[in-house]
Design a protein around this ligand. Structure first.
Ligand code: AMO
Length: 445
């Protein structure tokens, strides 16, 4: 009887392992990325899971004779001898002298775009997105999302080390958590429900269970406008922590998370960082400014005339980003104490001034990437605020179980993964940092 052991055996190695096999015969598998015929030999670049490997075909290397059926995007297993040479900087450079090519599959058609250049040249973003399953085969394009993996991985690793529990909250929900009109309504067997705008109500409930929780998951916002910073579905990296001394604990945890992420990218995602020329920020300490002080600064220093004294528009965020960089030497700046009128119902008001809240946003290179703050944990205070805002507390009775049956002082935040990635790449549009973006005009691929 056949039995499954749980071990996948393979007779191929990765490019990273070449250094341990100098002079030996090994096999690799991947796509034929590019063939360059020279006089008397050919360069055959094989695209493996994370690398592009230079292989060389020449008749003198073995008895193997090139099969003319092999074309770009053919899936192959290449066997050959690992040879090393030094590059201009004296680093070891490895290539494979081809002894055999086994064809595993041949494409049925030619690619609609050229993907085997360093980057996708002269192709508009909309075409890149239309063709994502293949445009992402381009090394630079795929590196974006490998880097993004590193960001989410860093978030998870750091928080787990800090005693947070990973949670999964539902995405079909009974009510919106963030207010506003950007909520998707859903017919749920005749009943109206919604797509979750955030895991807010659930992460708070779970503070009452695990004290510290986090989630990395999609959230949904029915954005009615086509902007370069809004998606209809994005990945929210959330955490929530109990028994805090103040919302500074949340900001400190975020700075700790970000430092860990940046370090991880610089070490374990070095190749992607280099390929993308990603600008990984240095973080020591992040400056903090109160909302009204920031407004004052915009009006006095920058002579800006704000349209809305309760929030910032993108131009104001950009100016504050420039100020943080130039005057304070930081890519990041925390803005705290947002007006109560603009923050959701769960936000705790500043006990010293009820017009403002114990909340913050984090701006990165002039764009909001995080909102967070301390929450109301007293039952009566929460019910009172809901009533004041015209909400029906009864509709939120399951949410209010947290407060009714005892909640510690707590707070948390949500980071938009795509926006954070976007500004590390210096991209102009958040879609460039979104694998399969959903916006008002796009639900495919
Ligand atoms: P907020 O609604 O400000 O806060 O969202 C948090 C962060 O999510 C990102 N973001 C978006 N990214 C892409 N497309 C969008 N349409 C979009 N909307 C928001 C931004 C933003 O800073 N529950 C609170 C967080 C908390 O207090 O814990 C919340 O969701 O980077």
């Amino acid at each position: 009887m056949d039995k499954i052991s749980g071990k996948v055996t393979t007779d191929t190695i990765s490019f990273a392992e070449f250094k341990n096999h100098d002079g030996e015969i090994v096999s690799i598998r991947g796509y034929v990325h590019r063939i360059r015929e020279m006089t008397g030999f050919s360069f055959v670049i094989i695209r493996t899971a994370r690398d592009t490997v230079q292989c060389v075909y020449a008749p003198e290397f073995s008895d193997y004779r090139w099969d003319e059926k092999i074309c770009e995007e053919a899936c192959v297993k290449v066997t050959g001898k690992v040879v090393s040479s030094k590059d201009a900087k004296g680093n070891d450079r490895y290539e494979l002298q081809i002894h055999n090519v086994e064809i595993l599959s041949l494409p049925a058609d030619r690619l609609p775009i050229v993907i085997n250049k360093k980057q996708l040249d002269n192709i508009g973003l909309s075409t890149v997105l239309d063709l994502r399953p293949v445009s992402m085969r381009n090394p630079k394009e795929r590196a974006i999302f490998k880097l993004q993996e590193g960001i989410a991985r860093g978030f998870r690793e750091y928080l787990m080390k800090e005693g947070f529990t990973e949670i999964r909250s539902p995405k079909i929900v009974f009510a919106g958590a963030e207010g506003g009109t950007n909520i998707f309504k859903l017919d749920y067997f005749g009943k109206q429900v919604y797509l979750a705008q955030s895991p807010q109500l659930y992460k708070q409930a779970l503070v009452g269970v695990y004290e510290r929780v986090f989630e990395i998951a999609p959230v949904f916002r029915a954005e009615h406008h086509d902007t370069s910073r809004h998606l209809n579905e994005y990945t929210s990296m959330d955490f929530e922590m109990g028994f805090i001394n103040g919302f500074e604990d949340i900001m400190n945890t975020e700075v700790g998370v970000l430092k860990y992420i940046m370090n991880l990218l610089k070490t374990e995602y070095k190749e992607e960082v280099e390929l993308l020329h990603a600008d990984i920020p240095e973080i020591n300490e992040v400056p903090v400014m109160k909302f009204m002080d920031a407004k004052e600064l915009l009006m006095t220093k920058f002579k800006y005339k704000p349209q809305d004294m309760k929030d910032f528009d993108p131009a104001e965020e950009e100016l504050l980003g420039k100020y943080a960089k130039k005057e304070l030497g930081s890519d990041f700046i925390f803005i705290t104490h947002y007006p109560s009128k603009k923050r959701p119902f769960y936000t705790k008001d500043d006990p010293n001034d009820h017009e403002y809240t114990l909340s913050f946003d984090l701006l990165f290179r002039g764009m909001e990437i995080t909102s967070g703050g301390q929450r109301i944990n007293d039952y009566h205070e929460q019910v009172e605020k809901m009533v004041k805002l015209g909400m029906d507390p009864e509709q939120f009775d399951t949410y209010l179980m947290l407060h009714k049956y005892g909640a510690p002082p707590h707070g948390g935040l949500g980071i938009g993964l795509e926006r954070l990635t976007m500004h590390m790449l210096g991209a102009k549009n958040v879609r460039e940092a979104t694998m399969f973006p959903r916006d008002i005009n796009r639900v495919t691929p």
